[in-house]
Ligand binder design. Structure first.
Ligand SMILES: [Fe+2]
Ligand SMILES: [Fe+2]
Length: 149
């Protein structure tokens, strides 16, 4: 009998949106990349493939953070430096997590906790949401290149 193939269905829900079209689009892509990594891990796929995907996620985060900071710069977000520090911290943590993944066996809970918890739930849904709420509250959507209402 063939062994069952496990997977998680990680859909980017509407409630994950922070109300900035380009940022949401990038968040969705990063979320899908993270979901693919979790599924590859669940399916016990080749570790080198998962490490390659984690490296791509790191690069994707770096590009996304630079874009987000350029939007903050354009609309004069007063907490830009604080947010930049959060991005730097998340990149350091991602690099450390990647090194751990290469060196030891990582549990599904740790992987999910990092990708879904630290990146999505904490950063995207709290830190980024705070910035997007600010630009909507101050009517800075034009300056931020935001087409959302
Ligand atoms: Fe973000
Ligand atoms: Fe951010």
């Amino acid at each position: 009998m063939a062994s069952p193939v496990f997977s998680v269905d990680l859909k980017f829900k509407d409630e994950y949106r922070v109300n900035h079209h380009a940022i949401d689009k990038q968040h969705e892509q990063l979320f899908l990349m993270a979901g693919e990594i979790i599924n590859l891990h669940l399916q016990n796929r080749d570790q080198s493939l998962i490490i390659k995907k984690l490296r791509s996620l790191y690069t994707g985060l770096e590009e996304h953070f630079a874009f987000e900071e350029s939007v903050m710069e354009a609309c004069g977000y007063p907490e830009k430096q604080v947010h930049h520090n959060l991005h730097q911290d998340l990149l350091v943590r991602t690099a450390r997590f990647l090194a751990r993944y290469e060196a030891e066996v990582i549990s599904l809970g740790d992987l999910y906790g990092f990708l879904h918890g630290a990146i999505l739930q904490q950063h995207f849904l709290k830190d980024d949401k705070k910035f997007c709420d600010y630009l909507h509250g101050k009517n800075l959507t034009d300056m931020a290149g935001c087409i959302c209402q």
